[in-house]
Write a protein that binds this ligand. Sequence first.
Ligand SMILES: *Cc1c(COP(=O)(O)O)cnc(C)c1O
Length: 369
Amino acid sequence: MQFVNPVQKWLNKDVAAITPYEPGRPIEEVAREMGMAPDCINKLASNENPLGPSPRALQAMEAHLADMYLYPDGGAYSLRTKLAGQYDVAKKQVVLGNGSNEILEFIGHCFFGKGRSIVVSAHAFVIYKLVARMFNTAVREIPTRSLQHDLDAMADAVDETTCAVFVCNPNNPTGTLAGPDEVEAFVERIPDETLIVFDEAYAEIALGTMPDTLALIKTRPNCIMLRTFSKAYGLAGLRIGYGIGPEPIIESLQKARQPFNVNRMAQEAALAALDDRDFIERSRSHFAASKEYLQSECRKAGLEYVPTYANFLLVKAGDSAGVTRQLTEKGVIVRPMAGYGLSQYIRVSFGRTEENERFIRELQHVMAG
Ligand SMILES: *Cc1c(COP(=O)(O)O)cnc(C)c1O
């Protein structure tokens, strides 16, 4: 029985107009579709950490399994205190999200609305645009210069309607990095009334010099930074991220948050992961080696790529959708980039060494065929 939707007339138009985000395809889904065993498939599509979860986090999760009948601490006292200590800020300057993506939504709830605008770079993380649409907020998407954020042009685009400007750094999906001087000059040009959001999902493993965002947060009233446990710490499946910023802004974001948005397992794992400096170092050097390998193989194969500062590489492979499909048929999942306005590119996440090698082999077959 098919019903017409009797509640359609209530459906919020801004929500109805949204095209859902397309994540990297899950291994299980591709396995079902291709009739392959899941362990024959390599997922290099969501910038996860191929070394797995931080071992300390794993140990903490195992140790706390039996506590899962209890609600989490909604105020996340221990984790927020620990993060505050690590960054030398007050606990009230820390907000947690169910992934840092959820904090992007808090920002929407708090600051977006009709008649307002946000400024983003072209080819940047699409969630900013998605949240803006949800809140009927205009998006000013500023063209890049050689696929780098054009921070000058972004500052030019800010006006009295601009509630927030987003700097994704290193940027997903291009892997480019905006350096300290450039970012400091940019911040000088943004009025205090516009929120500056530094989305630094890859900061812990960034393969270059990050700007000192923390110093900006401490000296400016309108800067916040977002971090996540999904990437460097290898905890993408748990959904936990955080924001650091001035107290009044964080206090507003807290109001948009559901009481138990970050689950107990995630809080325990994150607490332990923060002490796992060794794991971060190992991950970083693996990513540095992966970058060397993949970039050099692309050069040998005559494939253009964008030099990366994160754990993924944007490769110019021609027909992005077609190449992605052919790689998927061979059991290697990458991400097509047409949705990011980069129809000639695929994005490949760094895998384990043998996964990187397999990707190169399969890509060469596809390009030769
Ligand atoms: C992965 C990623 C995030 C973090 O997502 P979570 O919700 O924390 O898993 C945020 N921003 C960018 C640019 C990312 O690539």
